[in-house]
Ligand binder design. Sequence first.
Ligand SMILES: CC(C)(COP(=O)(O)OP(=O)(O)OC[C@H]1O[C@@H](n2cnc3c(N)ncnc32)[C@H](O)[C@@H]1OP(=O)(O)O)[C@@H](O)C(=O)NCCC(=O)NCCS
Length: 166
Amino acid sequence: MNTQMHELLPGFRLRAMREDDLDCVVAIEQSAAVASWTHKAFADSLSGAHDCDVVEQVADGALDGKVVAFRILSRVLDEAHLLNIAVSADFRRRGIALALLNQMEVFCEAKDISMLYLEVRESNHGARELYGNQGFCETCVRKGYYQSAAGAENAVLMMMELAPHK
Ligand SMILES: CC(C)(COP(=O)(O)OP(=O)(O)OC[C@H]1O[C@@H](n2cnc3c(N)ncnc32)[C@H](O)[C@@H]1OP(=O)(O)O)[C@@H](O)C(=O)NCCC(=O)NCCS
């Protein structure tokens, strides 16, 4: 996302994802109830045109920190799609995802994005509450969108209109 390294929350810094973050990122993905992205999917995103960022916990003055969250965004013309976001299980309910969404909104508006989209599993009530609190509206259900060995699950499509600077 071309984010400069900057403080997202006290003690937590946002920076662009690097290849040497991938093992941590995959571990965070796997801590989610239903992980769907593989190592290759993250590597492809990183080498492709997506905006890939991580949040790291940093001690005072330290150069490197522990990666505790990630966010992957795709931008096409004036639309953006939040492809994936997750916070390490030990760091949830501290406002990290909310801060990531806030920063994403500001970033997208500065890039003249007018519409943000995402899909979320119908059963993922925590994430749906997070997005709803942030101003996303549920627009439709995509039946059987998520396929896994455990069976198919519907996706809820959510969107949010932004106020681009143009
Ligand atoms: C969903 C997820 C990203 C939220 O991250 P987080 O950093 O814990 O979220 P925040 O602390 O910023 O939560 C902000 C608000 O969102 C809502 N929220 C977040 N997680 C919630 C949960 N599990 N249950 C209910 N509400 C939740 C609450 O309103 C919360 O405010 P509160 O803590 O003051 O009640 C995290 O639980 C996660 O990584 N889950 C696994 C991956 C995933 O589901 N990603 C989303 C895919 S679409």
